[in-house]
Design a protein around this ligand. Structure first.
Ligand SMILES: [Zn+2]
Length: 269
């Protein structure tokens, strides 16, 4: 099944998304998980891949194994390399040595083989990135704070500095996350957006008769990537909202605290 640049694949009962653009560019070992195919009971049913949610630790460990096996990466182990703090810091696996474990950051890149990079989500915007020329790849967790703080641009800058990547070579796949349909904010958040990104005020919509706004976070990330030099053709946007699609995804805005987590994963092989 294909939709907006991604394919929903099923293997060993596990459903996950992959992007044709990344497969063609030599990065087949990537995925964005769905909630389908794991062992966690409700409300974490069933493929909960969170590191810190209140699900049983044993379920999380087992789900990681099931997920990696389904992706054909059963020989690799998912490790939490970064702890998400909703900021704009992007590190490389080369930065991990000697620092705190896991490191506080919202994006991680590598050009090393066989290190699966993983970030987890329940509405924030996941971006899987790769540069076919240098072979570097990574995952970015862009919540609204990180998006506003320009984490997408930080990611491109880190590709340039660490791997001498040329931005037009970089591919970015914006996975399912909270859509314009469901990212409702107060005037404070909308004000912050308009202060910083007034040129893109078309991405914010005031809801009539309410002091509420809707903001297009995937769209803002796309524009930040283009501003950083990526080619429009190298950005794939899933255009699928996690809150609207309870059949496939967990959503913090829909389910609250007791929400499982999806994972965005990429590994160089
Ligand atoms: Zn929605």
């Amino acid at each position: 099944m294909q939709n907006n640049g991604y394919i929903i694949e099923e293997s060993q009962g596990v459903k996950y998304l992959r992007f044709r653009r990344l497969i063609e560019a030599g990065f087949p070992h990537h995925a964005f998980s769905t909630r389908i195919g794991g062992i966690s009971p409700a409300p974490y049913d069933s493929m909960n891949l969170g590191f810190t949610v209140r699900d049983e630790e044993q379920n999380l460990i087992e789900n990681r194994k099931i997920f990696m096996n389904a992706m054909g990466l059963g020989d690799l182990e998912i490790k939490q390399l970064i702890s998400l703090v909703h900021g704009n810091k992007v590190i490389t696996t080369g930065d991990l040595n000697g620092g705190p474990n896991p490191a506080e950051a919202d994006g991680i890149l590598t050009d090393e083989y066989n290190i699966p990079l993983v970030t987890t989500y329940a509405d924030c915007i996941p971006i899987i990135m790769a540069d076919p020329v240098s072979g570097a790849c990574g995952v970015i967790h862009a919540g609204w704070r990180g998006t506003f703080a320009g984490i997408a641009m930080e990611a491109v800058e880190t590709f340039r500095k660490a791997y001498k990547s040329s931005p037009p070579d970089i591919i970015a796949c914006i996975c399912p996350g909270i859509g314009l349909c469901c990212f409702e904010t107060g005037e404070d958040v909308a004000g912050e957006f308009l202060d910083k990104y007034y040129i893109w005020k078309d991405l914010a919509h005031k809801i009539s008769n309410k002091n509420k706004w809707k903001i297009d976070l995937p769209g803002l990330n796309r524009r930040l990537l283009i501003q950083s030099g990526l080619s429009n053709d190298n950005i794939v946007q899933a255009d699928t909202c996690t809150r609207c699609r309870g059949d496939l995804f967990f959503s913090y805005r829909r389910d609250g605290q007791a929400s499982g987590r999806m994972a965005a994963v990429i590994a160089r092989r």
